[in-house]
Write a protein that binds this ligand. Structure first.
Ligand SMILES: C[S@@+](CC[C@H](N)C(=O)[O-])C[C@H]1O[C@@H](n2cnc3c(N)ncnc32)[C@H](O)[C@@H]1O
Length: 223
């Protein structure tokens, strides 16, 4: 069993704390974001905008989100996309349970939730118009398989977007990742730097725009 699969089973049980950090709310969540990720309120808003920059307004095609986690960031966005067909995948049943509960509370009945591994996605080639991955690639253990699978299921001309941790932008964040996130199984090395990510995506996609806010890189790519 992969270490990060166990780690996120535990996070699923602590979904409230996880959500407060991801939404920059509550004293503890805000403090962790500021101290370890270098994100104050203004930078957090930029991080959020960057994460969703690739989703066209009024998007109405078929979209894959992997990993959805508890859905705390994405479900409010999906609520506004009436015409889209949305599939959310995560390996952790606990994280998915939290996402499904949130969707029910939000009356979001159209979104489909599937337990699955990004390294072996249960979809046909070219199935999606858009693939979104928020905070996934620094977690996935088989990154090459994840790059290949997210590419395979995307149609030509489709958009691959999202965000991930990159090493080398903030020394305190890098230490926190190395000494805490990684040993706990929340993150899996090796990590991209801003430069290697630009190169990696540029080699795979016909167009790749990469930005960063502190240690989070945002990417919007066209296949
Ligand atoms: C940091 S969370 C990000 C969740 C969400 N996108 C967010 O930003 O709140 C990472 C997620 O990746 C999931 N995960 C880890 N390995 C995975 C894999 N191989 N396939 C699918 N999901 C995976 C974990 O279960 C966890 O929910």
């Amino acid at each position: 069993m992969n270490k990060n699969f166990d780690a996120y089973k535990i996070v699923g049980n602590l979904a409230k704390f996880y959500d407060s950090m991801m939404t920059n709310s509550g004293f503890l969540g805000q403090s962790v974001l500021k101290i370890f990720w270098g994100l104050d309120a203004a930078a957090y808003q930029k991080f959020l905008a960057q994460a969703f920059a690739g989703i066209p307004e009024n998007f109405s095609g078929r979209l894959l989100e992997v990993p959805v986690g508890t859905g705390v960031l994405s479900l409010p966005v999906w609520q506004k996309l009436d015409g889209a067909e949305i599939f959310c995948v995560d390996y952790s049943e606990k994280m998915l349970d939290a996402a499904k509960k949130r969707a029910t509370q939000m009356n979001l009945c159209g979104v489909k939730f599937l337990q699955g591994d990004v390294a072996n996605l249960p979809f046909a080639d070219n199935f999606f118009d858009c693939v979104l991955s928020i905070n996934g690639f620094h977690v996935f253990s088989d990154k090459e398989a994840a790059w290949k699978e997210t590419y395979r299921v995307l149609r030509s001309g489709g958009i691959f977007c999202g965000c991930m941790y990159v090493k080398g932008e903030n020394r305190r964040t890098d230490t926190f990742v190395e000494k805490f996130c990684e040993p706990q199984g929340f993150f899996s090395p090796p990590y991209e730097t801003f430069q290697t990510l630009k190169k990696n995506l540029g080699n795979r996609y016909s167009r790749a725009d990469v930005t960063h806010v502190e240690s989070f890189a945002g990417f919007v790519c066209t296949k």
